[in-house]
Design a protein around this ligand. Structure first.
Ligand code: GDP
Length: 434
């Protein structure tokens, strides 16, 4: 039987309340020893927590009792909400660990137990992990959708559509002479398999959007030397926009700032370092910066004067920079800005936000992680194979096998047949206490 684990679920440091979670067969014993009783299930109960060794009161807090199987992990779970001071948490934790059979939890161990007891499937756990790391509203929406079953609902639906197709194909194998399986029925089944295949193709095409939600829409600030790129990046970084990461890197690298523009993740890349150079280290930085620009979703081409517009990459927005210096307004410019005075910066940021919104908008994507992509690719490859025979389903045995392979791939979305190594990697990304 699994041992009982304990962990502080709230971040380390001083807080109003700290939450200590306990899961496993000895959870009730912890309450008996530290609070003198096991509280009523699922009701907050005020208790004085005492040191079981000498009876000294340690703190007063709320106790919550979730008997198995109606708990997060599926095991008996105890939760203590204590005052969030370091010494309080340390004392209560030490007292809990005096109870026989208790040990500190590994990172992600509570969630792992939830998975092992069938409380959460792998897709939900991926969603939970994303939820813990979500920094923008768009990321939260995508993570919560995955947690709530967006992927598995979809794979279930696709499997439901494929099952009758498989049944029909198998009927042609089992009862070849009975004439129950009409050509019309077979044509319809083939059409159904095609619909499923096309849906999967669409979901795969949408995976890039999910990646952008996770990693941010990349907006490169480009232009000739002295166009004002660094000044603009700094001006934006100083403005009233939420910066998710500090300005990082060196002048040899592309500088990046991650922004939260009205709930949308946007990565601003400054390409000020792009120039010809003989220094091999710097050349590597330049190469990286160039790649970042070529991969950017949007390029803001800064041009203080009409002469500097010409070299802009295809599709870039021309931004007339340093507009406070009195150059003639240019027709090509989508915005006129001054990083020095702040002129036009709000309008520019709003425009970038609208661009990001168009890219990321709509319902959250279904295929979010690489694992999901591989599942969908496997299902698509199998369906392609099943559909390859022109006088369908000639070679019914083979077609049935391909359809079964597609169904098996879709079934993997819940991760029941995952390998240990993959699980270890997934759970290690969680914090202790989750
Ligand atoms: P970069 O090479 O494109 O990164 O350009 P910088 O940001 O280093 O700017 C080049 C020069 O132009 C610096 O001396 C800046 O102070 C100046 N500069 C940048 N933006 C503005 C602006 O909006 N107005 C004015 N007057 N000067 C600016």
């Amino acid at each position: 039987m699994a041992r009982t684990i304990v962990a502080v679920a709230t971040p380390p440091g001083v807080s109003g309340v700290a939450v200590i979670r306990i899961s496993g067969p000895d959870a009730a014993e912890v309450f008996r020893r530290l609070a003198g009783k096991v509280p009523r299930p699922r009701a907050a109960t005020l208790v004085t927590i005492i040191d079981p060794l000498d009876g000294t009161p340690l703190d007063q807090g709320l106790a919550l009792w979730f008997p198995a199987p109606a708990s997060f992990t599926g095991e008996d779970c105890a939760e203590l909400q204590v005052h969030g001071g370091r010494a309080v948490v340390a004392a209560v934790l030490a007292a809990i660990l005096t109870v026989d059979g208790l040990r500190p939890a590994e990172p992600g161990e509570f969630t792992r137990r939830a998975f092992e007891s069938g409380k959460l499937d792998l897709a939900a756990i991926e969603g939970l992990g994303d939820l813990l790391h979500a920094e923008t509203e768009a990321q939260r929406r995508q993570a919560f959708a995955l947690y709530q079953g967006r992927l598995t609902d979809e794979t279930d639906r696709l499997a439901q559509q494929l099952l009758p197709v498989l049944a029909l194909v198998e009927a042609t194998i089992d009862f070849p002479d009975e004439g129950d399986v009409t050509d019309a029925a077979l044509a319809e089944a083939r059409g159904q398999a095609l619909t499923v295949r096309d849906r999967i193709t669409g979901l795969l095409a949408d995976a890039g959007r999910a990646e952008r939600v996770r990693d941010g829409v990349v907006v490169a600030i480009a232009g000739l030397p002295n166009a004002g790129k660094s000044t603009l990046l700094n001006a934006i970084a100083r403005r009233d926009v939420a910066i998710v990461s500090p300005v990082a890197g060196t002048t040899r690298d592309a500088l990046e700032v991650q922004l939260d523009l009205g709930g949308l993740p946007v990565v601003l890349v400054d390409t000020a370092g792009i120039r010809e150079t003989m220094d091999p280290v710097e050349a590597e930085g330049v190469r990286r910066a160039r790649r970042r620009v070529s991969e950017a979703d949007l390029v803001l081409w800064l041009a203080p004067t009409i002469e500097s517009v010409t070299e802009r990459p295809e599709g870039a927005w021309v931004i007339q920079s340093q507009a406070d210096r009195g150059a003639t307004p240019m027709e090509e410019a989508r915005h006129r800005i001054s990083a020095s005075t702040g002129l036009g910066l709000s309008a520019l940021l709003e425009d970038v936000r609208a661009f990001a919104s168009t890219m990321l908008g709509g319902e959250p994507a279904v295929v979010v992680h690489e694992r999901h992509r591989l599942i969908m690719i496997a299902a698509k490859v199998a369906l392609d194979a099943a559909l390859r025979h022109p006088d369908w389903p000639a070679a019914a045995e083979l077609v049935a096998e391909d359809l079964r392979a597609a169904l098996a791939a879709l079934g993997r979305s819940r991760g029941r047949v995952g390998t240990e190594a993959m699980l270890d990697q997934l759970f290690s990304a969680f914090c202790i206490g989750k």
